[in-house]
Design a protein around this ligand. Sequence first.
Ligand code: NDP
Ligand SMILES: O=C1O[C@H](COP(=O)(O)O)[C@@H](O)[C@H](O)[C@H]1O
Length: 500
Amino acid sequence: MNQNDNQTALIMIFGATGDLAKRKLFPSLYRLFEKNKLSNKFAVIGVARRPLTNEEFQQSIKDSVKSASENEDRIEEFASHFYYHSHDVTDSDSYATLKNMANELDNSYELNGNRIFYLAMAPEFFGPIALHLKSDGLTDVTGFKRLVIEKPFGHDLESAKELNNQIRTAFSEDEVYRIDHYLGKEMVQNIEVIRFANAIFEPLWNNRFISNIQVTSSETLGVEERGRYYEKSGALRDMVQNHMIQMVALLAMEPPIRLNTEEIRSEKVKVLRALRPVEGEEIHKYFARGQYGEGTINNQSLPAYRQETMVDPNSNTETFVAGKLMIDNFRWAGVPFYIRTGKRMETKSTKIVIQFKDIPMNLYYQTEQQLKPNLLVIHIQPEEGITLHLNAKKAGTGMEATPIKLNYANKGIDGLNTPEAYEKLLYDCMRGDATNFTHWDEVALSWSFTDKISAVWENTKDKSFPNYASGTMGPKAADELLEQDGFFWWPVTNLDVDNC
Ligand SMILES: NC(=O)C1=CN([C@@H]2O[C@H](COP(=O)(O)OP(=O)(O)OC[C@H]3O[C@@H](n4cnc5c(N)ncnc54)[C@H](OP(=O)(O)O)[C@@H]3O)[C@@H](O)[C@H]2O)C=CC1
Ligand SMILES: O=C1O[C@H](COP(=O)(O)O)[C@@H](O)[C@H](O)[C@H]1O
Protein backbone atom coordinates (compact mmCIF):
# COMPACT_ATOMS: atom_id res chain seq x y z
CA MET A 1 0.00 0.00 0.00
CA ASN A 2 1.21 3.46 -0.84
CA GLN A 3 1.60 5.36 2.43
CA ASN A 4 0.91 8.76 0.89
CA ASP A 5 -2.45 7.62 -0.43
CA ASN A 6 -3.40 6.77 3.12
CA GLN A 7 -2.85 10.30 4.27
CA THR A 8 -5.43 11.66 1.85
CA ALA A 9 -8.67 11.88 3.77
CA LEU A 10 -11.63 13.88 4.85
CA ILE A 11 -11.41 14.27 8.62
CA MET A 12 -14.65 14.98 10.42
CA ILE A 13 -14.16 16.22 13.96
CA PHE A 14 -17.27 16.04 16.14
CA GLY A 15 -16.78 18.44 19.03
CA ALA A 16 -14.62 20.84 16.99
CA THR A 17 -15.16 23.82 19.28
CA GLY A 18 -14.21 21.87 22.40
CA ASP A 19 -11.15 21.84 24.61
CA LEU A 20 -9.56 18.69 23.20
CA ALA A 21 -9.91 19.85 19.60
CA LYS A 22 -8.37 23.23 20.31
CA ARG A 23 -5.59 22.15 22.64
CA LYS A 24 -4.55 18.85 21.08
CA LEU A 25 -6.11 17.97 17.74
CA PHE A 26 -5.63 21.15 15.69
CA PRO A 27 -2.03 21.74 16.85
CA SER A 28 -1.20 18.07 16.19
CA LEU A 29 -2.68 18.19 12.70
CA TYR A 30 -0.78 21.40 12.08
CA ARG A 31 2.53 19.84 13.09
CA LEU A 32 1.88 16.95 10.69
CA PHE A 33 1.08 19.47 7.97
CA GLU A 34 4.22 21.46 8.67
CA LYS A 35 6.34 18.31 8.51
CA ASN A 36 4.68 17.40 5.19
CA LYS A 37 3.18 14.30 6.75
CA LEU A 38 -0.25 15.43 5.59
CA SER A 39 -0.58 15.61 1.85
CA ASN A 40 -2.27 18.69 0.40
CA LYS A 41 -5.25 16.49 -0.29
CA PHE A 42 -6.99 16.72 3.02
CA ALA A 43 -9.99 18.58 4.33
CA VAL A 44 -11.47 18.86 7.78
CA ILE A 45 -15.11 19.40 8.70
CA GLY A 46 -15.57 20.66 12.24
CA VAL A 47 -18.90 19.78 13.80
CA ALA A 48 -20.47 21.39 16.89
CA ARG A 49 -23.72 23.14 17.76
CA ARG A 50 -22.75 26.79 18.03
CA PRO A 51 -23.28 28.81 14.86
CA LEU A 52 -19.98 29.72 13.20
CA THR A 53 -19.07 30.72 9.68
CA ASN A 54 -16.21 28.93 7.94
CA GLU A 55 -14.15 32.09 8.41
CA GLU A 56 -14.80 32.19 12.14
CA PHE A 57 -13.95 28.53 12.44
CA GLN A 58 -10.75 28.99 10.45
CA GLN A 59 -9.81 31.87 12.74
CA SER A 60 -10.21 29.57 15.76
CA ILE A 61 -7.90 27.06 14.04
CA LYS A 62 -5.28 29.77 13.47
CA ASP A 63 -5.56 30.86 17.11
CA SER A 64 -5.09 27.34 18.37
CA VAL A 65 -1.97 26.62 16.27
CA LYS A 66 -0.21 29.97 16.39
CA SER A 67 1.93 29.02 19.37
CA ALA A 68 3.22 26.05 17.32
CA SER A 69 4.67 28.16 14.50
CA GLU A 70 5.54 31.66 13.38
CA ASN A 71 5.06 30.82 9.73
CA GLU A 72 1.86 32.76 9.05
CA ASP A 73 1.61 31.70 5.40
CA ARG A 74 1.72 28.02 6.36
CA ILE A 75 -0.87 28.57 9.09
CA GLU A 76 -3.11 30.39 6.62
CA GLU A 77 -2.74 27.59 4.10
CA PHE A 78 -3.43 24.97 6.77
CA ALA A 79 -6.56 26.73 8.03
CA SER A 80 -7.95 27.01 4.50
CA HIS A 81 -8.57 23.24 4.58
CA PHE A 82 -11.07 23.61 7.45
CA TYR A 83 -14.86 23.88 7.09
CA TYR A 84 -17.55 24.15 9.70
CA HIS A 85 -20.95 22.51 10.02
CA SER A 86 -23.24 23.67 12.82
CA HIS A 87 -25.05 20.54 13.81
CA ASP A 88 -26.64 19.04 16.88
CA VAL A 89 -25.61 15.40 16.77
CA THR A 90 -28.95 14.41 18.28
CA ASP A 91 -30.80 16.04 15.38
CA SER A 92 -31.35 13.41 12.68
CA ASP A 93 -32.16 15.89 9.89
CA SER A 94 -28.81 17.63 10.03
CA TYR A 95 -26.83 14.54 8.94
CA ALA A 96 -28.11 14.86 5.34
CA THR A 97 -26.50 18.32 5.02
CA LEU A 98 -23.33 16.98 6.57
CA LYS A 99 -23.28 14.17 4.03
CA ASN A 100 -23.63 16.58 1.10
CA MET A 101 -20.86 18.74 2.44
CA ALA A 102 -18.62 15.69 2.86
CA ASN A 103 -19.31 14.49 -0.68
CA GLU A 104 -18.54 17.92 -2.13
CA LEU A 105 -15.23 18.16 -0.30
CA ASP A 106 -14.43 14.62 -1.27
CA ASN A 107 -14.75 15.63 -4.94
CA SER A 108 -13.06 19.00 -4.77
CA TYR A 109 -10.04 17.76 -2.79
CA GLU A 110 -9.90 14.38 -4.60
CA LEU A 111 -9.95 12.49 -1.33
CA ASN A 112 -10.62 9.06 -2.85
CA GLY A 113 -13.60 8.58 -0.57
CA ASN A 114 -11.35 8.18 2.50
CA ARG A 115 -12.96 9.31 5.76
CA ILE A 116 -11.84 9.61 9.34
CA PHE A 117 -14.54 10.37 11.90
CA TYR A 118 -13.07 11.73 15.14
CA LEU A 119 -15.46 11.75 18.11
CA ALA A 120 -14.11 14.44 20.44
CA MET A 121 -17.33 14.79 22.38
CA ALA A 122 -18.93 13.66 25.59
CA PRO A 123 -19.13 9.85 25.60
CA GLU A 124 -22.94 9.67 25.69
CA PHE A 125 -22.89 10.85 22.06
CA PHE A 126 -20.45 8.20 20.76
CA GLY A 127 -23.04 5.48 20.12
CA PRO A 128 -25.76 7.73 18.60
CA ILE A 129 -23.25 9.41 16.25
CA ALA A 130 -21.93 6.06 15.01
CA LEU A 131 -25.50 4.86 14.37
CA HIS A 132 -26.33 8.03 12.42
CA LEU A 133 -23.17 7.89 10.37
CA LYS A 134 -24.32 4.50 9.16
CA SER A 135 -28.05 5.14 8.78
CA ASP A 136 -27.53 8.50 7.04
CA GLY A 137 -25.03 7.11 4.58
CA LEU A 138 -21.90 8.96 5.71
CA THR A 139 -20.06 5.68 5.96
CA ASP A 140 -20.98 4.64 2.40
CA VAL A 141 -17.62 5.49 0.97
CA THR A 142 -15.44 4.22 -1.82
CA GLY A 143 -12.23 4.54 0.23
CA PHE A 144 -11.42 3.67 3.83
CA LYS A 145 -13.52 4.71 6.79
CA ARG A 146 -12.12 4.92 10.30
CA LEU A 147 -13.65 5.91 13.60
CA VAL A 148 -11.44 7.52 16.21
CA ILE A 149 -13.05 7.44 19.58
CA GLU A 150 -11.99 9.25 22.72
CA LYS A 151 -12.05 7.94 26.24
CA PRO A 152 -13.88 7.00 28.32
CA PHE A 153 -14.98 3.93 26.39
CA GLY A 154 -17.94 3.15 28.64
CA HIS A 155 -18.34 3.47 32.37
CA ASP A 156 -18.04 -0.23 33.13
CA LEU A 157 -18.01 -3.48 31.18
CA GLU A 158 -21.73 -3.49 30.54
CA SER A 159 -21.92 0.05 29.17
CA ALA A 160 -18.72 -0.50 27.18
CA LYS A 161 -20.30 -3.58 25.57
CA GLU A 162 -23.40 -1.60 24.68
CA LEU A 163 -21.30 1.18 23.16
CA ASN A 164 -19.19 -1.31 21.29
CA ASN A 165 -22.27 -2.96 19.82
CA GLN A 166 -23.56 0.40 18.59
CA ILE A 167 -20.24 1.27 17.03
CA ARG A 168 -19.85 -2.12 15.44
CA THR A 169 -23.09 -1.73 13.50
CA ALA A 170 -21.29 0.96 11.49
CA PHE A 171 -17.60 0.05 11.72
CA SER A 172 -15.70 -3.22 11.86
CA GLU A 173 -13.23 -3.75 14.70
CA ASP A 174 -10.26 -2.91 12.50
CA GLU A 175 -11.89 0.41 11.55
CA VAL A 176 -12.19 1.48 15.20
CA TYR A 177 -9.31 3.45 16.71
CA ARG A 178 -9.87 3.72 20.46
CA ILE A 179 -7.55 6.42 21.74
CA ASP A 180 -5.43 5.89 24.81
CA HIS A 181 -3.12 8.87 24.59
CA TYR A 182 -0.52 7.19 26.81
CA LEU A 183 0.11 4.76 23.95
CA GLY A 184 1.22 7.72 21.85
CA LYS A 185 3.83 8.87 24.38
CA GLU A 186 7.37 8.47 23.12
CA MET A 187 8.71 6.56 26.11
CA VAL A 188 5.66 4.33 26.42
CA GLN A 189 6.30 3.30 22.83
CA ASN A 190 9.92 2.81 23.81
CA ILE A 191 9.07 0.11 26.38
CA GLU A 192 8.95 -2.56 23.69
CA VAL A 193 12.21 -1.44 22.14
CA ILE A 194 14.03 -1.29 25.47
CA ARG A 195 12.80 -4.78 26.28
CA PHE A 196 13.11 -6.56 22.98
CA ALA A 197 16.10 -4.84 21.35
CA ASN A 198 18.57 -5.22 24.21
CA ALA A 199 20.42 -8.41 24.94
CA ILE A 200 21.17 -7.20 28.47
CA PHE A 201 17.51 -6.83 29.46
CA GLU A 202 15.60 -9.49 27.58
CA PRO A 203 17.09 -12.47 29.48
CA LEU A 204 16.52 -10.74 32.84
CA TRP A 205 12.92 -9.71 32.17
CA ASN A 206 11.19 -12.29 34.37
CA ASN A 207 10.56 -13.43 37.94
CA ARG A 208 14.05 -14.86 38.37
CA PHE A 209 15.70 -11.45 38.19
CA ILE A 210 13.05 -8.81 38.77
CA SER A 211 11.75 -8.31 42.29
CA ASN A 212 9.00 -5.79 41.57
CA ILE A 213 7.91 -3.17 39.06
CA GLN A 214 6.50 0.23 40.02
CA VAL A 215 4.45 2.42 37.70
CA THR A 216 3.66 5.91 38.97
CA SER A 217 1.65 8.57 37.20
CA SER A 218 1.23 11.50 39.52
CA GLU A 219 -0.37 14.83 38.71
CA THR A 220 -0.26 18.17 40.48
CA LEU A 221 -3.47 19.30 38.81
CA GLY A 222 -6.72 18.80 40.62
CA VAL A 223 -10.03 17.94 39.05
CA GLU A 224 -10.22 21.42 37.42
CA GLU A 225 -13.51 21.98 35.54
CA ARG A 226 -14.28 18.30 35.20
CA GLY A 227 -16.04 17.70 38.53
CA ARG A 228 -19.25 16.43 36.96
CA TYR A 229 -17.43 13.75 34.94
CA TYR A 230 -14.87 12.93 37.61
CA GLU A 231 -17.41 12.41 40.38
CA LYS A 232 -18.74 9.42 38.45
CA SER A 233 -15.37 8.29 37.24
CA GLY A 234 -12.74 8.64 39.94
CA ALA A 235 -9.09 7.76 39.42
CA LEU A 236 -9.81 4.06 38.93
CA ARG A 237 -11.88 4.59 35.78
CA ASP A 238 -10.09 7.76 34.68
CA MET A 239 -6.52 6.47 34.80
CA VAL A 240 -6.22 2.85 35.98
CA GLN A 241 -8.69 1.10 33.65
CA ASN A 242 -6.87 2.51 30.63
CA HIS A 243 -3.45 4.17 30.90
CA MET A 244 -2.03 2.33 33.92
CA ILE A 245 -3.17 -1.13 32.83
CA GLN A 246 -1.92 -0.48 29.31
CA MET A 247 1.56 0.34 30.61
CA VAL A 248 1.56 -2.83 32.72
CA ALA A 249 0.53 -4.87 29.66
CA LEU A 250 3.45 -3.47 27.64
CA LEU A 251 5.87 -4.21 30.45
CA ALA A 252 4.63 -7.75 30.96
CA MET A 253 3.78 -9.06 27.50
CA GLU A 254 5.69 -11.83 25.79
CA PRO A 255 7.77 -10.90 22.75
CA PRO A 256 5.33 -10.81 19.83
CA ILE A 257 6.25 -13.14 16.96
CA ARG A 258 5.99 -10.17 14.59
CA LEU A 259 5.94 -6.43 15.25
CA ASN A 260 2.52 -5.96 13.75
CA THR A 261 -0.78 -4.77 15.20
CA GLU A 262 -2.41 -8.18 15.57
CA GLU A 263 0.56 -9.88 17.24
CA ILE A 264 1.29 -7.06 19.67
CA ARG A 265 -2.34 -6.72 20.68
CA SER A 266 -2.68 -10.45 21.06
CA GLU A 267 0.27 -10.54 23.49
CA LYS A 268 -1.21 -7.65 25.50
CA VAL A 269 -4.53 -9.45 25.67
CA LYS A 270 -2.79 -12.54 27.07
CA VAL A 271 -1.33 -10.46 29.90
CA LEU A 272 -4.73 -9.03 30.73
CA ARG A 273 -6.18 -12.52 30.78
CA ALA A 274 -3.49 -13.52 33.26
CA LEU A 275 -4.20 -10.57 35.55
CA ARG A 276 -5.24 -12.01 38.91
CA PRO A 277 -8.80 -10.84 39.63
CA VAL A 278 -9.14 -9.04 42.94
CA GLU A 279 -12.54 -9.00 44.54
CA GLY A 280 -14.49 -8.74 47.76
CA GLU A 281 -12.51 -8.50 50.98
CA GLU A 282 -9.22 -9.09 49.14
CA ILE A 283 -9.40 -5.64 47.59
CA HIS A 284 -8.11 -4.08 50.81
CA LYS A 285 -4.98 -6.22 50.56
CA TYR A 286 -4.30 -5.26 46.95
CA PHE A 287 -5.61 -1.73 46.55
CA ALA A 288 -5.62 1.57 48.42
CA ARG A 289 -7.70 4.60 47.54
CA GLY A 290 -7.31 8.23 48.44
CA GLN A 291 -8.96 11.60 48.12
CA TYR A 292 -7.06 14.87 48.31
CA GLY A 293 -7.63 17.35 51.07
CA GLU A 294 -6.42 20.92 51.32
CA GLY A 295 -2.73 21.52 50.88
CA THR A 296 0.00 23.47 49.18
CA ILE A 297 1.77 23.01 45.84
CA ASN A 298 4.41 25.52 44.73
CA ASN A 299 3.48 27.75 47.66
CA GLN A 300 -0.10 27.94 46.48
CA SER A 301 -2.83 26.95 48.94
CA LEU A 302 -5.28 24.59 47.33
CA PRO A 303 -8.79 23.46 48.23
CA ALA A 304 -9.82 19.92 49.08
CA TYR A 305 -11.49 17.80 46.39
CA ARG A 306 -14.81 18.09 48.23
CA GLN A 307 -14.64 21.87 47.83
CA GLU A 308 -14.20 21.75 44.04
CA THR A 309 -16.94 22.87 41.62
CA MET A 310 -19.55 20.22 40.78
CA VAL A 311 -18.25 17.92 43.53
CA ASP A 312 -20.41 16.50 46.32
CA PRO A 313 -19.23 17.95 49.68
CA ASN A 314 -19.39 14.38 51.06
CA SER A 315 -17.95 12.77 47.97
CA ASN A 316 -16.76 9.17 48.18
CA THR A 317 -14.89 9.48 44.86
CA GLU A 318 -11.23 8.50 44.88
CA THR A 319 -8.70 10.90 43.39
CA PHE A 320 -5.83 8.50 44.07
CA VAL A 321 -5.36 4.78 43.56
CA ALA A 322 -2.47 2.51 44.46
CA GLY A 323 -2.63 -1.15 43.61
CA LYS A 324 -0.71 -4.38 43.43
CA LEU A 325 -1.31 -6.31 40.24
CA MET A 326 -0.25 -9.93 40.00
CA ILE A 327 0.15 -11.57 36.64
CA ASP A 328 -0.36 -15.27 37.05
CA ASN A 329 1.75 -16.69 34.28
CA PHE A 330 5.06 -18.49 34.03
CA ARG A 331 7.14 -15.34 33.51
CA TRP A 332 5.68 -13.19 36.25
CA ALA A 333 4.50 -15.53 39.01
CA GLY A 334 5.37 -13.86 42.33
CA VAL A 335 6.39 -10.44 40.92
CA PRO A 336 4.17 -7.58 42.08
CA PHE A 337 3.44 -4.79 39.62
CA TYR A 338 2.65 -1.80 41.82
CA ILE A 339 0.76 1.08 40.28
CA ARG A 340 -0.18 4.47 41.71
CA THR A 341 -1.84 7.47 40.22
CA GLY A 342 -3.50 10.51 41.64
CA LYS A 343 -4.37 14.15 41.37
CA ARG A 344 -2.87 17.00 43.41
CA MET A 345 0.22 15.05 44.24
CA GLU A 346 3.65 16.44 44.99
CA THR A 347 4.91 16.37 41.42
CA LYS A 348 3.81 15.78 37.83
CA SER A 349 5.64 12.65 36.87
CA THR A 350 5.12 9.38 35.04
CA LYS A 351 7.87 6.86 35.69
CA ILE A 352 8.39 3.15 35.61
CA VAL A 353 10.91 1.63 38.00
CA ILE A 354 12.03 -1.94 37.41
CA GLN A 355 13.73 -3.18 40.55
CA PHE A 356 16.04 -6.14 40.06
CA LYS A 357 16.57 -8.79 42.70
CA ASP A 358 19.57 -8.46 44.97
CA ILE A 359 22.56 -10.62 44.08
CA PRO A 360 22.75 -13.64 46.41
CA MET A 361 25.75 -12.56 48.49
CA ASN A 362 27.80 -9.38 48.57
CA LEU A 363 30.88 -11.08 49.93
CA TYR A 364 33.47 -8.55 48.89
CA TYR A 365 31.57 -5.34 48.53
CA GLN A 366 29.40 -5.51 51.60
CA THR A 367 30.21 -2.47 53.72
CA GLU A 368 28.31 -0.99 56.64
CA GLN A 369 26.00 0.24 53.94
CA GLN A 370 23.87 -2.28 52.06
CA LEU A 371 24.37 -2.33 48.30
CA LYS A 372 21.60 -0.57 46.42
CA PRO A 373 19.53 -2.79 44.12
CA ASN A 374 19.88 -2.32 40.38
CA LEU A 375 17.05 -0.25 38.98
CA LEU A 376 16.02 0.49 35.45
CA VAL A 377 14.00 3.69 35.40
CA ILE A 378 11.94 4.60 32.35
CA HIS A 379 11.11 8.30 32.46
CA ILE A 380 7.87 8.80 30.56
CA GLN A 381 7.19 12.46 31.43
CA PRO A 382 7.85 15.30 31.86
CA GLU A 383 11.44 14.38 30.99
CA GLU A 384 11.97 11.42 28.68
CA GLY A 385 14.78 8.96 29.05
CA ILE A 386 16.22 5.96 30.80
CA THR A 387 18.41 5.64 33.87
CA LEU A 388 20.17 2.47 34.88
CA HIS A 389 21.21 2.40 38.54
CA LEU A 390 24.29 0.25 39.12
CA ASN A 391 26.98 -0.21 41.77
CA ALA A 392 30.60 0.56 40.98
CA LYS A 393 33.85 0.94 42.83
CA LYS A 394 34.23 4.16 44.76
CA ALA A 395 37.21 6.06 43.36
CA GLY A 396 40.33 5.82 45.48
CA THR A 397 41.94 3.13 47.53
CA GLY A 398 39.90 0.28 48.89
CA MET A 399 37.10 -1.68 47.28
CA GLU A 400 34.06 0.12 48.54
CA ALA A 401 31.04 0.08 46.24
CA THR A 402 29.03 3.18 45.46
CA PRO A 403 25.80 3.66 43.49
CA ILE A 404 26.19 5.14 40.00
CA LYS A 405 23.71 6.01 37.26
CA LEU A 406 23.86 5.57 33.50
CA ASN A 407 21.62 8.07 31.84
CA TYR A 408 19.95 8.58 28.52
CA ALA A 409 17.87 11.73 28.11
CA ASN A 410 15.84 11.73 24.92
CA LYS A 411 15.99 15.44 24.31
CA GLY A 412 19.71 15.51 25.06
CA ILE A 413 20.36 13.28 22.05
CA ASP A 414 18.23 14.74 19.29
CA GLY A 415 17.87 18.23 20.74
CA LEU A 416 14.17 18.21 19.97
CA ASN A 417 11.05 17.67 21.91
CA THR A 418 9.44 14.49 20.73
CA PRO A 419 6.11 14.75 18.92
CA GLU A 420 3.03 15.02 21.05
CA ALA A 421 1.14 11.80 21.63
CA TYR A 422 -1.85 13.03 19.65
CA GLU A 423 0.32 13.93 16.69
CA LYS A 424 1.69 10.41 16.50
CA LEU A 425 -1.68 8.78 17.02
CA LEU A 426 -3.37 10.90 14.35
CA TYR A 427 -0.59 10.06 11.94
CA ASP A 428 -0.89 6.35 12.75
CA CYS A 429 -4.61 6.49 12.15
CA MET A 430 -4.14 8.18 8.81
CA ARG A 431 -1.70 5.46 7.79
CA GLY A 432 -4.07 2.77 9.04
CA ASP A 433 -1.77 1.59 11.82
CA ALA A 434 -3.88 0.63 14.84
CA THR A 435 -1.06 -0.81 16.95
CA ASN A 436 -1.12 2.01 19.46
CA PHE A 437 -4.88 2.02 19.87
CA THR A 438 -6.77 -0.33 22.15
CA HIS A 439 -8.56 -3.36 20.82
CA TRP A 440 -12.01 -4.19 22.17
CA ASP A 441 -10.67 -7.31 23.92
CA GLU A 442 -8.24 -5.17 25.90
CA VAL A 443 -10.95 -2.70 26.86
CA ALA A 444 -13.30 -5.49 27.95
CA LEU A 445 -10.67 -7.28 30.05
CA SER A 446 -9.59 -4.05 31.75
CA TRP A 447 -13.16 -3.17 32.65
CA SER A 448 -13.84 -6.61 34.04
CA PHE A 449 -10.78 -6.19 36.28
CA THR A 450 -11.63 -2.70 37.55
CA ASP A 451 -15.39 -3.32 37.82
CA LYS A 452 -14.78 -5.71 40.73
CA ILE A 453 -12.91 -2.98 42.57
CA SER A 454 -15.44 -0.24 41.89
CA ALA A 455 -18.24 -2.56 43.00
CA VAL A 456 -16.71 -2.65 46.49
CA TRP A 457 -15.52 0.95 46.67
CA GLU A 458 -18.82 2.41 45.56
CA ASN A 459 -20.66 0.44 48.21
CA THR A 460 -18.35 1.27 51.10
CA LYS A 461 -17.95 4.83 52.16
CA ASP A 462 -14.32 5.58 52.95
CA LYS A 463 -14.55 7.37 56.27
CA SER A 464 -10.91 8.42 56.13
CA PHE A 465 -11.52 10.74 53.13
CA PRO A 466 -9.87 13.17 52.59
CA ASN A 467 -6.84 11.09 53.48
CA TYR A 468 -3.94 12.84 51.76
CA ALA A 469 -3.03 16.49 51.70
CA SER A 470 -2.63 18.18 48.32
CA GLY A 471 1.06 18.28 47.48
CA THR A 472 1.91 14.87 48.94
CA MET A 473 2.43 11.46 47.38
CA GLY A 474 -0.88 9.98 48.51
CA PRO A 475 -2.26 8.29 51.63
CA LYS A 476 -0.26 6.19 54.08
CA ALA A 477 -2.14 3.08 52.93
CA ALA A 478 -0.31 3.32 49.60
CA ASP A 479 3.03 2.98 51.38
CA GLU A 480 1.73 0.13 53.54
CA LEU A 481 0.76 -1.77 50.41
CA LEU A 482 4.45 -2.15 49.56
CA GLU A 483 5.71 -2.35 53.14
CA GLN A 484 3.69 -5.53 53.69
CA ASP A 485 5.81 -7.10 50.91
CA GLY A 486 9.11 -5.66 52.17
CA PHE A 487 9.32 -2.94 49.48
CA PHE A 488 8.88 0.82 49.28
CA TRP A 489 8.00 3.28 46.53
CA TRP A 490 11.10 4.60 44.85
CA PRO A 491 10.77 8.37 45.07
CA VAL A 492 9.93 9.66 41.61
CA THR A 493 11.29 13.13 42.32
CA ASN A 494 14.83 11.92 43.06
CA LEU A 495 15.06 9.71 40.02
CA ASP A 496 15.08 12.55 37.50
CA VAL A 497 17.07 11.83 34.39
CA ASP A 498 18.19 15.48 34.31
CA ASN A 499 19.50 15.42 37.85
CA CYS A 500 22.02 12.69 37.35
N1 NDP B 1 -9.99 17.85 27.04
C1 NDP B 1 -9.05 16.94 27.22
O1 NDP B 1 -7.89 17.21 27.54
C2 NDP B 1 -9.40 15.50 27.05
C3 NDP B 1 -10.63 15.12 26.59
N2 NDP B 1 -10.88 13.78 26.40
C4 NDP B 1 -12.18 13.35 25.88
O2 NDP B 1 -12.50 14.06 24.69
C5 NDP B 1 -13.88 14.28 24.59
C6 NDP B 1 -14.14 15.79 24.42
O3 NDP B 1 -13.66 16.46 25.56
P1 NDP B 1 -13.54 18.05 25.62
O4 NDP B 1 -13.05 18.59 24.34
O5 NDP B 1 -12.77 18.35 26.84
O6 NDP B 1 -15.05 18.48 25.83
P2 NDP B 1 -15.69 19.95 25.69
O7 NDP B 1 -16.85 19.97 26.60
O8 NDP B 1 -14.65 21.00 25.79
O9 NDP B 1 -16.23 19.97 24.18
C7 NDP B 1 -17.40 19.31 23.78
C8 NDP B 1 -17.68 19.60 22.32
O10 NDP B 1 -18.87 18.94 21.93
C9 NDP B 1 -19.75 19.89 21.29
N3 NDP B 1 -21.12 19.46 21.57
C10 NDP B 1 -21.71 19.26 22.78
N4 NDP B 1 -22.97 18.80 22.60
C11 NDP B 1 -23.17 18.70 21.27
C12 NDP B 1 -24.26 18.28 20.47
N5 NDP B 1 -25.41 17.85 20.99
N6 NDP B 1 -24.10 18.29 19.13
C13 NDP B 1 -22.95 18.70 18.56
N7 NDP B 1 -21.89 19.10 19.27
C14 NDP B 1 -21.99 19.12 20.61
C15 NDP B 1 -19.37 21.23 21.92
O11 NDP B 1 -19.65 22.32 21.11
P3 NDP B 1 -21.02 23.16 21.15
O12 NDP B 1 -21.24 23.55 22.57
O13 NDP B 1 -20.77 24.30 20.23
O14 NDP B 1 -22.05 22.24 20.62
C16 NDP B 1 -17.86 21.06 21.98
O15 NDP B 1 -17.31 21.31 20.71
C17 NDP B 1 -14.49 13.67 25.85
O16 NDP B 1 -14.87 12.35 25.56
C18 NDP B 1 -13.33 13.64 26.83
O17 NDP B 1 -13.46 12.60 27.78
C19 NDP B 1 -9.94 12.82 26.63
C20 NDP B 1 -8.71 13.15 27.10
C21 NDP B 1 -8.33 14.51 27.38
O1 LIG C 1 -6.76 10.66 30.40
C1 LIG C 1 -6.44 11.43 31.28
O2 LIG C 1 -5.16 11.79 31.38
C2 LIG C 1 -4.79 12.99 32.04
C3 LIG C 1 -3.30 12.86 32.33
O3 LIG C 1 -2.64 12.79 31.11
P1 LIG C 1 -1.11 13.24 31.02
O4 LIG C 1 -0.75 12.96 29.61
O5 LIG C 1 -1.06 14.68 31.39
O6 LIG C 1 -0.37 12.40 32.01
C4 LIG C 1 -5.58 13.21 33.31
O7 LIG C 1 -5.31 14.50 33.81
C5 LIG C 1 -7.04 13.10 33.01
O8 LIG C 1 -7.77 13.19 34.24
C6 LIG C 1 -7.36 11.80 32.34
O9 LIG C 1 -8.71 11.85 31.88
